[in-house]
Design a protein around this ligand. Structure first.
Ligand code: FMN
Length: 204
């Protein structure tokens, strides 16, 4: 059975451009994978902790020496990694925050990048045969050729970190100028309809 893991990062729920685009992607994916199943990891609901000293101590202790305290410090990380390992396709719906990604998504990434578990000690990605789609919404214009295109750190960072854990087949759907929705120049539904073909191709 094919499994899609949906990672959501916007706290704006029904007003969120990344969430509506991600929902459209999921609908298309489900249509082209009738026997597939979908698991949602909503980071806004997940109450993720930042990596702290017990986490670091545990993550860098060989598993065969893990105490119950080590296992407890890594419990969330282990759950998230199991969820990720089970998935064939991962879709990340996220806004751009300050040219990069929201802290919630960074907290998730810090939990799932673990030496010996998702990346080898030789720094080879250990998650194989997976595909990822990133749906990135931005208020401003970061489309290719736009004056600020190179300030978009979010796309390159997400590609880099997914590749680091072994996921090199990554599509990025860059949905720029959501400011036009906030300014009343277009509606969320009209804005989202522009990406129909791109989302269909990514979900095929
Ligand atoms: C804290 C914060 C930081 C933001 N930083 C940027 C930014 O650096 N560049 C940009 O174009 N838009 C920025 N935005 C706008 C969001 O990227 C934009 O509104 C996006 O569509 C929000 O996605 P959502 O509707 O899924 O929440 C920022 C918004 C917030 C709330």
């Amino acid at each position: 059975m094919t499994l899609l893991l949906v990672i959501e990062a916007s706290p704006r729920h029904e007003h969120s451009a990344s969430r509506i685009l991600t929902a459209q992607f999921v609908e298309k994916w489900a249509r082209s994978h009738p026997n597939g199943s979908v698991v949602v990891r909503d980071l806004v609901q997940s109450n993720l902790q930042f990596v702290d000293l017990p986490w670091i101590g545990a993550a860098f202790t060989p598993p065969e020496q893990h105490s119950p305290e080590h296992a407890s410090a890594l419990k969330t990380s282990t759950t998230l990694i199991e969820e990720l390992k089970a998935a064939d396709h991962i879709v990340i719906g996220t806004p751009m925050y300050n040219f990069s990604i929201p802290a919630l998504l960074k907290a998730y990434i810090d939990q799932i990048v673990r030496v010996g578990v998702t990346v080898s000690t030789a720094y080879e990605g250990m998650l194989k045969n997976k595909k990822a789609t990133v749906i990135l919404t931005t208020g401003g214009d970061f489309s290719p050729g736009a004056p600020f295109a190179s300030a978009n750190v979010a796309s390159s960072y997400l590609k880099q970190i997914l590749g680091f854990i072994g996921i090199s087949d990554v599509d990025i759907v860059l949905a720029v100028k959501t400011l036009t929705i906030d300014q009343g120049e277009t509606t969320l539904a009209n804005f989202a309809s522009q990406f129909d073909a791109e989302l269909s191709a990514a979900a095929a």
